[in-house]
Design a protein around this ligand. Structure first.
Ligand SMILES: Cc1cc2nc3c(=O)[nH]c(=O)nc-3n(C[C@H](O)[C@H](O)[C@H](O)COP(=O)(O)OP(=O)(O)OC[C@H]3O[C@@H](n4cnc5c(N)ncnc54)[C@H](O)[C@@H]3O)c2cc1C
Ligand SMILES: *[C@@H]1O[C@H](CO)[C@@H](O)[C@H](O)[C@H]1NC(C)=O
Ligand SMILES: *[C@@H]1O[C@H](CO)[C@@H](O)[C@H](O)[C@H]1NC(C)=O
Ligand SMILES: *[C@@H]1O[C@H](CO)[C@@H](O)[C@H](O)[C@H]1NC(C)=O
Ligand SMILES: *[C@@H]1O[C@H](CO)[C@@H](O)[C@H](O)[C@H]1NC(C)=O
Ligand SMILES: *[C@@H]1O[C@H](CO)[C@@H](O)[C@H](O)[C@H]1NC(C)=O
Ligand SMILES: *[C@@H]1O[C@H](CO)[C@@H](O)[C@H](O)[C@H]1NC(C)=O
Ligand SMILES: *[C@@H]1O[C@H](CO)[C@@H](O)[C@H](O)[C@H]1NC(C)=O
Ligand SMILES: *[C@@H]1O[C@H](CO)[C@@H](O)[C@H](O)[C@H]1NC(C)=O
Ligand SMILES: *[C@@H]1O[C@H](CO)[C@@H](O)[C@H](O)[C@H]1NC(C)=O
Ligand SMILES: *[C@@H]1O[C@H](CO)[C@@H](O)[C@H](O)[C@H]1NC(C)=O
Length: 554
């Protein structure tokens, strides 16, 4: 063999193996795969990774958005505020609450899904789920500024070898010091909590985020890191907007094996086949929309829209559950730009971005939250007589944010199709604050934040609240006018017991009444966790991957 041809062979092989993320359907070698995963977000990327651990299994992952590993909008943690409404966002509009007010409703439109645009805060779950997650899936890493983290988390309840990189805040604000000091005061209503995985969820604590060395760790950066995405049996097609799932043509059963998608805004439709299963992981909005567009939902309303009903599952799109959030800003007595979120983010960002590029340090290394405080309503709160316990930026002044966010809302919203065109946005009604419980809890949330900001350590630092409402009536009106989505929606393809007359999937996540399809993403959660939702979705997807492997002896 001549040296040139040897060189050719050596170079050619790695090139072939690297070409796993493709942008056009013609770049796929085949149209038939063992599994087709719809949506490359939190859940979809877990499934794609875990199923391709077995080299004999072929997986196609279809993602509507694109992917650029070096996209600053994704990888700079603090830019999470700029992702909303950007080219990385589906830009849904939703009816927010009770007064016909509509607002934007963000979901990630990029490989990594919402984990590529999220605020990167890790969850904290009271029931051991958080700890189970942390110990097995987490890789706890030093913060970007390498500060001594002793006393800021409990290493005993964290993992250091998992797939998702996590760190504490890598840039400390004065606000953080003051709030931790408040937590350490004797007999405070807001006690310091070392670690949410310790079994205690309540109190003030340091936030843990999916950030590594000052850089976002999305599900694409973790579950689809180069060693995984280069697997020859994993195929990733970008810019593939899935429109419907299709039943097999061989019989009239509810056996689904076809996935229809478009890469040119509906001008041409492509179909790929899953010989084993379709995994629907398009998220709380995308998954029910694809089901409804395919004729799976409430048969009567689908017929009215001109869609042939295939499978009557009236729960599709219903029970949409979202956490209400009230952005609450506080004017502060400081001119040090590191003490607050303003005043002129644009000017400061250019300077900080240089620092970030050079050393991966500075104010841009943090997500939205550096410190968190979880609270419960007191047991004697009047609302419990009628309810069971369910367990932005206003001015150019100097301000910080301390915002109440209800983790366990009782209100339920819904999603329906607006038209029969699968490419049109669905109608989303979050129906926030429709329950009296939620109104009560948000009102008390505002009051809790006020008590917190009045604590002695904040004196001389906090100048003024930007919300003046005080009576119940004034607060209710203010909250109704200003509540926004917490961006943790779940429940639109809810899991329910096998045989239940409601719900969309069985406990094994198989679509009820159908074969060949499972739903695996935030939409299957029947209740919103009293937490952030990213890690619960990872946990559900890891469990689903185990179930799928067991079902096919993989
Ligand atoms: C702005 C924002 C901030 C957030 N902050 C936090 C936080 O700080 N902490 C936290 O824990 N959680 C946070 N979340 C929530 C968290 O990101 C989600 O709960 C989680 O990503 C949901 O996972 P998923 O797999 O269900 O959906 P996603 O991660 O949204 O993935 C769905 C994927 O499917 C794709 N898709 C949808 N429809 C189609 C289609 N028709 N065809 C092809 N592909 C499709 C999407 O483009 C996307 O990639 C935030 C979310 C947002 C939007
Ligand atoms: C969302 O809006 C932004 C800004 O207008 C736009 O650039 C982007 O393409 C939109 N997203 C989608 C999926 O169309
Ligand atoms: C909301 O809109 C509906 C229909 O458009 C209307 O009947 C109702 O009065 C409106 N409600 C409020 C509070 O504006
Ligand atoms: C970190 O701080 C703790 C407690 O203050 C101290 O015991 C420890 O020695 C410090 N570690 C380092 C590496 O400085
Ligand atoms: C329909 O076809 C699929 C695949 O061809 C098969 O597995 C399934 O058993 C069939 N269902 C019925 C009811 O015949
Ligand atoms: C909504 O969820 C509840 C359980 O939390 C269930 O009883 C009800 O039937 C569901 N509604 C629909 C329309 O699925
Ligand atoms: C912010 O800074 C930029 C660049 O220095 C400047 O052009 C702009 O006017 C400033 N905006 C405000 C509100 O001060
Ligand atoms: C973090 O990023 C900096 C700047 O790019 C780099 O020099 C350093 O090696 C990185 N550290 C780790 C642990 O990856
Ligand atoms: C609840 O109990 C606390 C003390 O335990 C008391 O101060 C407060 O007034 C009570 N609130 C109500 C609404 O009864
Ligand atoms: C629903 O469809 C109507 C008619 O096509 C359109 O005018 C309206 O803007 C759509 N609503 C949403 C939320 O997309
Ligand atoms: C603002 O801070 C300065 C210095 O820390 C202090 O002297 C002054 O009293 C504070 N102003 C208010 C209104 O608290």
């Amino acid at each position: 063999m001549r040296p040139e041809s040897l060189l050719f062979a050596v170079l050619w092989l790695p090139l072939l193996c690297l070409a796993k993320i493709v942008e056009h359907v013609r770049d796929l070698d085949t149209q038939s795969f063992d599994f087709v995963v719809i949506g490359g977000g939190a859940a979809g990327n877990v499934i794609a990774n875990r199923l391709t651990e077995n080299a004999d299994v072929s997986v196609l992952l279809l993602e509507a958005g694109g992917f650029d590993e070096d996209d600053l909008l994704v990888i700079v943690p603090a830019f999470s505020f700029n992702t909303m409404g950007s080219r990385l966002d589906w830009n849904y509009t939703a009816q927010i609450g009770q007064n016909n007010r509509t607002g934007s409703f963000s979901r990630g439109f990029v490989l990594g899904g919402s984990t590529a645009i999220s605020m990167q805060t890790l969850p904290e779950t009271p029931d051991g789920l958080g700890r189970a997650y942390s110990l097995t899936l987490e890789r706890f890493t030093p913060p970007a500024d390498n500060h001594n983290t002793s006393g800021q988390f409990d290493p005993a309840v964290h993992g250091f070898n998992g797939i998702n990189s996590v760190s504490l805040s890598g840039f400390l604000h004065r606000f953080n010091e003051l709030i931790i000091e408040t937590g350490r005061m004797p007999e405070t209503e807001f006690p310091f909590n070392l670690d949410p995985n310790s079994g205690h969820q309540l109190g003030i604590r340091w936030s843990q985020s999916t950030i590594f060395n000052g850089t976002r760790s999305s599900s694409a950066a973790s579950y689809l890191a180069p060693p995984f995405r280069q697997r020859p049996n994993l195929h990733i097609l970008l810019h593939a907007h899935v429109t419907r799932i299709l039943p097999t043509t061989t019989n009239q059963s509810h056996y689904f094996s076809g996935v229809e998608f478009t890469q040119d805004a509906g001008e041409t439709l492509q179909v790929v086949t899953a010989t084993k299963e379709i995994i629907l992981s398009a998220g709380t909005i995308g998954s029910p929309q694809i089901l409804l567009s395919s004729g799976i939902g409430d048969s009567e309303s689908l017929s009215e829209l001109g869609i042939s009903p295939l499978l009557h599952l009236p729960s599709v799109g219903q029970n949409l559950t979202e956490q209400p959030l009230l952005i609450y800003a506080w004017l502060v007595n400081s001119t040090d730009p590191r003490d607050f979120a303003g005043p002129n983010a644009t000017a400061l960002t250019a300077e900080y971005l240089e620092q970030w590029k050079e050393t991966r340090t500075g104010p841009l290394v943090n997500g939205a939250l550096s410190t968190i405080c979880f609270l419960r309503l007191p047991d004697n709160a009047s609302i419990f007589e009628s309810f069971e316990d369910p367990s932005a930026v206003p001015t150019p002044d100097n301000f910080i944010g301390a915002s109440p966010n209800l983790l366990t809302p009782a209100s339920r919203g819904f999603l329906t199709l607006n038209t029969s065109n699968p490419l049109d946005h669905p109608l989303i009604n979050l129906n926030l604050l429709s329950s009296e419980f939620d109104m009560f809890a948000m009102r008390e949330g505002v009051r809790s934040v006020r008590r917190l900001m009045e604590a002695p350590p904040f004196q001389g630092f906090i100048l003024q609240s930007t919300i003046v409402a005080t009576t119940d009536e004034e607060l209710d009106e203010y909250i109704r006018e200003n509540v926004v989505a917490g961006l943790h929606p779940v429940g639109t393809a809810s899991m329910s017991p096998k045989g239940a007359d409601w719900g969309v999937v069985d406990p094994d996540l198989k679509l009820k009444g159908a074969e060949g399809i499972r739903v695996v993403d935030a939409s299957v959660l029947p209740l919103v966790p009293a937490a952030h939702t990213q890690a619960p979705v990872y946990i559900v997807a890891e469990r689903a991957a185990d179930l799928i492997k067991a079902a096919w002896y993989l």
